[in-house]
Design a protein around this ligand. Structure first.
Ligand code: CIR
Length: 256
């Protein structure tokens, strides 16, 4: 059960971050508004927020999820795959020091983005992607094993349009995974109950479950109806400005 979350609003130069979306430049005012709604939703789920100050040194730093992997027993500080994002980890680590006693850290030549790590109870799926290399995945698997967790790697490099594993995969609890159709055939996830997201709605595959609530991107009616039909308590959030910067819903927060 999560009790806390770390968030950081986009900085004034948010539009200068990395993107491949081709959806145009984000509107900062709208992004700040959407971020605030997102924070309110986390609070509605009962989480206590640590709000970091915007950091204009790193235009992508609102995507805090990529800087750490948080488990009930330890925090792992990542080494982001994009050079322009490497420095984002230090302020997040500082904020985590008041909550965690055990830290591990990904070291060179390993790279790992938190967006590639999907926690499913005591098991973790680790994506190998354009950002997370095999060495980063190996180091994380070692740390998780030390702490008593299991893990498996999922290579998403061949899947067009998926920046991170979690761009297309989310754990919904009770053995259920929400998955982009392109991931559905993978052996690594075959023993889970899959709820597939069709290509037109693939952005919504990145969602966040907090206890009995599900934070989902707004504007994807088929998957929203399907999840509501399964009894999920959906909170739909407009993510349009973050999508323009390749950001999914989960990447705006660290939850622990
Ligand atoms: C990047 O390319 O690194 C950012 N513009 C987006 C990061 C999104 N992170 C995530 O989905 N975990």
């Amino acid at each position: 059960m999560f009790t806390h979350s770390i968030v950081r609003p986009p900085s004034a130069n948010f539009a200068g971050g990395l993107t491949t979306a081709g959806l145009g430049a984000p509107n900062l005012e709208k992004a700040l508004e959407q971020h605030e709604r997102y924070c309110e939703a986390l609070e509605r789920c009962g989480l206590l927020l640590t709000r970091l100050a915007p950091d204009p040194r790193y235009p992508d730093s609102t995507f805090v999820e990529d800087t750490a992997v948080l488990t009930a027993r330890c925090a792992v500080i990542t080494r982001p795959g994009a050079m322009s994002r490497r420095g984002e980890t230090s302020t997040v680590r500082k904020a985590l020091e008041s909550f965690y006693g055990t830290f591990h850290e990904i070291h060179a030549p390993g790279t790992l983005d938190g967006g590639d790590v999907c926690e499913a109870g005591e098991h973790f799926f680790i994506g190998v992607s354009e950002r997370t290399n095999a060495e980063g995945a190996r180091q994380l698997a070692g740390f998780l094993s030390l702490e008593g967790y299991t893990s498996s790697t999922v290579d998403v490099r061949g899947i067009a349009g998926l920046l991170h594993l979690k761009s297309g995969l989310a754990y919904l609890g009770e053995g259920r995974l929400l998955a982009d159709e392109a991931l559905a055939g993978l052996k690594a996830i075959s023993r889970y109950r899959l709820i597939c997201v069709e290509p037109a709605e693939r952005y919504a595959a990145n969602c966040v479950r907090i206890d009995d609530r599900l934070l989902l991107a707004a504007g994807y009616p088929k998957i929203e109806a399907k999840l509501r039909g399964l009894g999920m308590n959906v909170i739909a959030l407009d993510m349009s400005e973050f999508r323009k910067m390749d950001g999914g819903l989960s990447c705006l927060s660290l939850r622990f």
